[in-house]
Ligand binder design. Structure first.
Ligand code: CA
Length: 706
């Protein structure tokens, strides 16, 4: 069975004043840095991680460990045209704002769910035909001084009037002809709004972030994450310093480092922290053949928020070669370490280590693995660098590596509860076999829109645990697990924690759970009937605490592959929703259809040409990012095995080559020859035939459970 491609296969401590005031009554309160820094605010949820600290802790306790089992649906909104939903809604002055698929922003009454306005930036038109990854998702919006900021898949940053939902300005953040995309939430602070992008797997990209003036949309400053060609001169001293950690002609590969997620503004120290991404390509032997740390890949880089000047950095994965981004949450906290109050950053990047960093100095305080880490044994506290294991860089042949490129923790948000002192991490436990055998490392060159990593990902001999994921409660002072809950399904959503001694988390199997924050005991379970990939929000209006959650399986893993496919959240089968809960809730949700498995079409008349099918396999890299690894469809696009379109050459050519379904987000490939199309068609039909028994097995399993 062919399931492997040259790409991813697998799959301050605060005194807590509980505010009873209702911000809704103070219409038009100014949401500035003072407001976004106010940890005691409970009525609203003003930023991606609630406040500038990104803790995702709300000091509300109306819903608590004693009554959470009475939580019910208060109101809901069906979102039938949405696909993946991965964002956390914001709540400002009684209005809930959220971003859906294709960056459609909606404002609804936070008490009733009544629609106020909707803003559609027409991403489908802008992305038309472009061979893009990024999956039409957006992880969030930013609210600042009456404006909402969204960064579109196709690379625009748009300011919207929060009252009217009308566009105020648009900035184009990169050349739309480049293989870059945005899925991240812009971050607004100090009258600026910053955004980066993704795309390190899609071409020779050089990562950067840009800050714009919130009023005008003009560029305030731009910071490159990796150095360019020295012959062109360096933009600043930081790039000159970084260039000393690169070898060869790295600029020909861009170098990568794209910051696609974690941005945190520290109002106490007036510093901006950027979490940076992996190398382009992943394999350092290609990117920087004589070695080197390759700054500022996989780092937290501290910048002056006013001008973007470099202040300090801490690199979690020097010379990265496994897709170990440090783009994950950068959470600010004040910890009492041996009697001393320390201002720290809490960070759990893909590489599997939990870092506590002094945010005044950038010095590492402690780092311990929160999962199995076969690539490195520990972090040397003298150097602050990981001690790598033998052959971790697959220099002596294929090797099993944990964590795999999905990471030990990815963009699914972690939360920090200053009352329990614990961090709640949606953790992943998977291994993959890395290899670069058969790849000509000297001649390897990435091309825009041609997915490539210069490394193979193969099935590992064994997985680190007999379950793929867990919810881990981590003590950042002791650097030890306090408790954890094993999970049978991979890719579970981000967490929320409250003063009610609760942790909330949705799972990819559709369950939304509340846990005792101190013990991990499950206190409440709700079946949303569709995989959950978004972290919840909580807020309080007129004395009532609400918990609100977007339901719509999404993110890279939702594209499919056998394990993802097996969840049964087939494209278009289930209704995407925003669900809001309260203790007074009285609504019943309309039921969702059961798990659905598209039936591969049987076509006995089709004469399969095995040689063409093999050629077609080599075309499928264009398709897997939406249609699924191994052609097992997921939530993002139709399962090709069940599609009638590949049965007929002309229909297939009309869609794939001529762009008939561009308006659905399907790109076009005008350069494909008849032979390439025919080969792909044969590969699709081959997979439909050989996976039919898998379909029958899934249906039998489904029936036995009913
Ligand atoms: Ca990556």
């Amino acid at each position: 069975m062919i399931t492997t491609l040259n790409c991813l296969k697998i799959p301050f401590f605060f005194f807590l004043f509980i505010s009873v005031s209702c911000k809704q009554e103070k219409a038009g309160s100014v949401i500035d840095d003072v407001a976004i820094s106010n940890e005691s605010e409970t009525a609203q949820w003003l930023a991606y991680g609630r406040t500038h600290s990104e803790q995702r802790f709300n000091p509300l306790d109306e819903i608590n460990e004693n009554n959470v089992n009475e939580l019910k649906v208060d109101w809901y909104l069906d979102l039938p045209k949405d696909v993946g939903l991965v964002s956390t809604p914001l709540v400002v002055d009684g209005i809930l704002y959220f971003t859906g698929t294709m960056n459609i922003i909606r404002a609804v009454d936070a008490v009733t769910g009544e629609r106020i306005w909707e803003f559609d930036p027409e991403v489908r038109e802008h992305i038309k035909g472009k061979k893009q990854t990024g999956w039409s998702h957006s992880r969030g919006i930013s609210f600042y001084k009456g404006k909402i900021f969204t960064a579109t898949w196709d690379g625009r940053l748009i300011a919207i009037d929060a009252k009217t939902g009308k566009e105020i300005w648009t900035a184009v953040t990169f050349d739309p002809h480049r293989a870059l995309y945005i899925t991240g939430a812009p971050k607004a602070f100090k009258n600026k709004v910053i955004i980066g992008n993704g795309g390190t797997e899609d071409g020779p990209t050089r990562g950067f972030v840009t800050a714009y003036d919130v009023e005008t949309g003009k560029v305030a400053w731009k910071f490159y994450i990796v150095p360019g060609n020295p012959a062109d001169g360096f933009e600043n001293k930081a790039m000159e310093m970084a260039a000393k950690t690169w070898t060869g002609e790295w600029w020909k590969h861009g170098g990568g480092g794209n910051a696609w997620h974690g941005f945190t503004y520290d109002p106490e120290l007036d510093v901006l922290y950027i979490g940076t991404g992996n190398g382009a390509p992943w394999n350092r032997k290609v990117r920087s053949p004589e070695g080197g740390d390759n700054l500022f890949l996989c780092s937290i880089v501290a910048l002056d928020p006013d001008n973007g000047e470099y202040l300090w950095h801490y690199q979690t994965t020097p010379g990265e070669t496994w897709d170990y981004n440090s783009s994950m949450d950068i959470v600010l906290a004040d910890l009492n370490m041996d009697g001393e109050e320390m201002k720290v950053i809490l960070h759990a990047p893909k590489n599997g280590f939990f870092y506590v960093i002094n945010r005044e100095t950038g010095k590492l305080i402690s780092a311990e693995p929160f999962v199995e880490t076969t690539w490195a044994t520990h972090i040397d506290m003298q150097t602050g660098k990981p001690v790598e294991t033998k052959n971790a860089r697959y220099e002596n042949g294929p090797v099993d590596i944990t964590p795999n490129p999905w990471g030990a923790h990815t963009w699914h948000a972690m939360s920090y509860n200053p009352q329990t002192g614990l961090v709640y991490i949606p953790a992943l436990h998977q291994s993959v076999k890395f290899s670069d055998e058969g790849i000509n490392l000297e001649s390897w060159q990435g091309r825009d829109f041609a997915a490539g990593t210069a490394a193979h990902m193969l099935e590992a001999d064994q997985q680190p645990r007999d379950y793929p994921a867990s919810l881990i409660a981590w003590d950042p002072i002791k650097q030890k697990e306090a408790w954890s809950v094993p999970q049978d399904v991979f890719w579970n959503a981000g967490t929320l924690t409250t003063a009610g001694n609760l942790v909330f988390q949705g799972r990819s199997d559709g369950k939304f759970l509340a846990y005792n924050a101190e013990t991990g005991e499950v206190l409440w379970t709700f079946d949303a009937g569709l995989g959950i990939s978004a972290a919840p929000t909580t807020y309080k209006i007129n004395g009532v605490q609400y918990v609100s959650l977007l339901v719509g399986f999404g993110g890279g893993y939702a594209r499919g592959g056998y394990e993802s496919h097996k969840l049964g959240w087939a494209y278009g089968a289930h209704t995407r929703r925003l669900i809001t809960f309260s203790l007074d809730g009285k609504k019943d949700l309309p039921p969702q259809p059961p798990r659905f498995f598209p039936r591969p079409i049987k076509d006995p008349e089709f004469i399969l040409d095995e040689d063409l099918a093999i050629q077609g396999y080599n075309e499928y890299w264009k398709c897997f990012n939406c249609h699924g690894d191994g052609m097992f469809g997921g939530s993002m696009a139709p399962d090709l095995r069940a599609s009638p379109i590949p049965l007929d050459f002309n229909s297939f050519a009309a869609v794939v080559r001529d762009g008939l379904k561009n308006n659905m987000g399907m790109p076009s490939y005008p350069e494909m020859s008849d032979e390439q199309l025919e080969a792909l068609r044969h590969f699709i039909r081959k997979r439909a035939r050989e996976t039919y028994p898998v379909y029958e097995g899934l249906i039998a399993e489904q029936e036995s459970q009913n």
